[in-house]
Design a protein around this ligand. Structure first.
Ligand code: HEC
Length: 124
């Protein structure tokens, strides 16, 4: 009986745990936010790129702590590091650049969104 209860608790916490990672929008109901994994939508800075950067990069690249002296808080800053090639090369983990984020690569769909944003000449 005790074991059964423990295993139900275990299963519940796994289920709840996986929901936590799936329901980004439910947790962060941000106006104008567009799911960065929906590659059929056009990437703009304010609807998607900003949120990919905030959730994956800003903890280390803000005005009070900027790893490698790189701050990614504003449109101009993000665009600057795309234009000079450092941001795309880092997120693609190309050799000669520090791989970003350091621990784990972005999801493919997020990489595609950023690439689309660059190809479309950085829509605001
Ligand atoms: C855990 C902290 C951390 C996170 C998260 C992080 N960075 Fe970095 N980043 C650093 C540090 C520290 C450096 C300086 C180089 C080094 O020491 O690795 C750096 C360097 C960079 C550089 C310069 C790379 C070069 O080779 O010149 C770029 C561009 C960059 N980060 C972009 C990003 C982007 C985009 C994200 C999110 C997708 C991100 N970083 C996430 C810590 C982080």
């Amino acid at each position: 009986m005790r074991l059964k209860r423990a295993s139900i608790f275990f299963i519940m916490s796994v289920v709840i745990g996986s929901c936590y990672y799936d329901s980004f929008e439910a947790l962060h109901p941000l106006d104008g936010y567009v799911n960065p994994c929906d590659t059929t939508l056009q990437s703009t800075y304010s609807s998607s790129i900003k949120w990919v950067i905030s959730y994956n990069c800003l903890s280390c690249h803000n005005s009070s702590y900027a790893g490698g002296n790189v701050s990614l808080e504003t449109y101009d800053q993000v665009k600057y590091y795309c234009v000079n090639g450092k941001l795309p090369n880092s997120i693609l983990r190309n050799s000669g650049y520090n791989p970003m984020p350091p621990a784990q690569a972005l999801a493919n769909c997020q990489l595609q969104r950023i690439q689309q944003w660059i190809n479309n000449n950085y829509p605001q």
